[in-house]
Design a protein around this ligand. Sequence first.
Ligand code: PGA
Length: 260
Amino acid sequence: MARKVVIAGNWKMNKTASEGKALVEALKETTKGICPNCADIIVCPPFTTLVSVIEAAKGSNIKVGAQNIHWADNGAFTGEIAGNMLKELGVEYVIIGHSERRQYFGETDETVNLRLKAALKNDLKPIVCIGELLEERESGATEKVLFTQLDGGLKDISAADMEKIILAYEPVWAIGTGKTATPDIAEETHKYIRSFLADKYGKEVADKIVIQYGGSMKAENAEALVGQADIDGGLIGGAALKADSFTALIENAIAGAKNK
Ligand code: PGA
């Protein structure tokens, strides 16, 4: 079955409120010609840039996501942001469990699972990130690592909720390094992820889930990656920070999806 192409820009810790507004205003122009049914376009700025970006994105097909969510509704969690705070601003998506959160901020599969449940409770669409380290790939442990991340991260998630979740496969060794997984390697891993979903939720549900690729995806490789059967879009870091490169990437991804 055909799944919609979903391209999300993860701005990471880049763009002030005014810089983010300017980028979305530029994107509104450059993405004008992209048919709304061909792809979902999402930008995920830092928390402090959400308001200006949501305002700037009004009246366009650009949707907005946050980069994290806390699992509690409120309380003594200094520096954290709750789901209802995001929802009230008009945020639609939220990235959960990015490898940088896992690597630098102690994120675990257990906290990914808690944040995921908070996102669903607040009617935010989660983008859950998984991926192996270079040494894990080289030692042949990729599937085992992904199994553990999926098993823990999706604990107690029903099939109905699973259908609301986007997964992003991001091999950690490909993030920000310029080293992309080849389309074949990425596809092989996406196939494994979909087989995990089929085992847990059945094939019908597994076939509906959008699985993005992330890690040095850019305009030059987007067509070949999204041309693979199980790659449904991308989570983009560096190439999402400029309107021209992000738009070219989206166009090429759509072209790739048409070749399937
Ligand atoms: P990159 O980042 O595109 O800069 O490799 C991807 C990501 O971390 O989501």
